[in-house]
Write a protein that binds this ligand. Structure first.
Ligand code: HEM
Length: 438
């Protein structure tokens, strides 16, 4: 009886891990085709025309939505569902929910992309896509919060062990608010708009919510949880991290109220507080855990936090001086490519092989190549976007398509490394196979 029960739990865990692998693979697909390839295409068009003003804003928004929700959102939802497999037999109904949520979410993000790109039935498809995304998220949120409520003891645990959860919960609320705001705005566009693109001023405000309130905060939470283990950093300081979260909430509220100077000063202050709280630039107190990954892993995690601060500083410059979208674009990509993507590339290649069926990363060298190319492409992009778009240094225009090709190569290498990892047998089977063949 006992053995049967254990076997049933194992089967449910394996089923949940399969669902999580599909979530992560879906995120990779959104990242590659609707996200990066469309982004690179847009950038080549902009460089040809030497202005971003002539490109259909619906295409730019299709790219941004595919990256933020299709890629980063799918990864966060997949990792969230994975955390249920760590909670024992409770995973039973979570498997079917993980699939239902995936169907709704994937359909929602795909429809949004199609409506933006081809303007096909966009008045109906925009609200439908946003409603499907929200429904997919609600299923995830209800499932995860029920488990957390059931499994987390009412009291206990050191404050530093709970502060990461506070940040992850804040990030989940930011995620939910982003989806609700998206639904409201696209309903308004469907009723009153003349095309699927969200008007510029409203879109700028939404983007502050979509980036600073959701992926950034969630990554602070995961950093508080994992960096002390993976980088051997001292434990995060709970109070400064809570202060960083509060400052960031006020910053997002100021951005939504169109108070950009205040908002960007606070983004910078919140990021500096988070960096101090997470002790990212302190010396490690224990050896970093780099088995199975490239030894440069801790350096890239630290570089991501340099990008976070650079992005916040650039957004302050943009609020004061932007004339042609170059400073805003540079600050946005310092955040989305420099910070968010570097963190996902670094931590993702560290944890996802284990989460998706107890595997080992296919190639630490490919991991290094993906991170080095991503950072080089991002630096080239941020510098040349500021110089070219704003007219400070028009000679930088030819560097923009080159930066797109370098970033595109980086994401392709990252996706290939994970796909090849998922195609390998799990670590214990590999060990058995090599023992049998040896
Ligand atoms: C190969 C890499 C990438 C290229 C070539 C690229 C290109 C572009 C271009 C040309 C724009 C139009 C605005 C501007 O000129 O700055 C844009 C906007 C944007 N990108 Fe990217 N991008 C890339 C990667 C990413 C990634 C990884 C993310 C997120 C994780 C992202 C998120 C966004 C967002 C949110 C916008 C704003 C969309 C809007 O206006 O609604 N991009 N990107």
């Amino acid at each position: 009886m006992q053995t049967e029960h254990i076997e049933a739990i194992k089967r449910h865990e394996a089923a949940l891990q399969r669902a999580v692998t599909v979530w992560i693979s879906t995120g990779l697909l959104f990242m590659l085709l609707p996200g990066t390839f469309l982004g690179a295409w847009n950038l080549i068009e902009i460089s040809d025309a030497r202005t971003a003003a002539r490109l259909d804003p619906a295409w730019i928004q299709a790219h941004g939505h595919a990256q933020i929700f299709g890629w980063i959102g799918s990864f966060i939802l997949g990792i969230g569902f994975y955390s249920l497999s760590k909670m024992g037999g409770a995973a039973r109904f979570a498997v079917s929910r993980a699939w239902t949520s995936w169907i709704l979410w994937t359909a929602g993000v795909s429809l949004r992309w199609a409506a933006n790109l081809w303007h096909w039935h966009w008045r109906a498809l925009l609200p439908l896509s946003a409603a499907l995304e929200l429904a997919g998220f609600i299923i995830f949120f209800a499932t995860v919060s029920r488990h957390r409520a059931a499994k987390t003891p009412a009291a206990g645990g050191a404050p530093e062990s709970r502060v990461w959860m506070a940040a992850v919960i804040a990030g989940s609320i930011g995620f939910m608010l982003s989806l609700v705001a998206n639904l409201l705005v696209v309903v308004q566009a469907a009723v009153h708009g003349s095309g699927p693109a969200i008007p510029h001023a409203m879109n700028q405000r939404l983007l502050a919510l979509f980036t600073w309130a959701f992926p950034v905060v969630t990554i602070w939470g995961f950093s508080a949880r994992w960096l002390p283990v993976f980088l051997g950093l001292p434990s995060p300081a709970p109070r400064p991290l809570i202060a960083a979260l509060l400052v960031n909430v006020v910053a997002v509220a100021a951005a939504l109220a169109d108070m950009w100077i205040l908002a960007t000063i606070l983004f910078l202050a919140g990021s500096a507080l988070a960096v101090a709280a997470l002790r990212v630039f302190r010396r490690s107190v224990r050896p970093a855990k780099i088995t199975g990954v490239h030894p440069s892993f801790p350096a890239f995690v630290r570089s991501a936090y340099v990008w976070l601060l650079a992005s916040a500083a650039l957004s302050l410059a943009a609020a004061g001086w932007d004339r042609a979208g170059g400073l805003w674009g540079a600050s946005r990509h310092a955040l989305t490519v420099g910070y968010i993507s570097t963190m996902v590339f670094a931590i993702g290649q560290r944890v996802l092989p284990a989460f998706c069926g107890m595997r080992v990363l296919f190639s630490p060298r490919l991991m290094f190549a993906s991170l080095a190319l991503l950072n080089a492409g991002c630096a080239m992009r941020v510098i040349s976007e500021t110089g070219a778009y704003e007219g400070y240094l028009p000679s930088l225009w030819p560097l923009l398509p080159l930066s797109a090709v370098i970033e595109m190569t980086a994401v392709t290498v990252f996706a290939a490394n994970l796909a090849l990892t998922f195609m390998q047998p799990p670590a214990h089977l590999r060990a058995q196979l090599s023992a049998a063949s040896g």
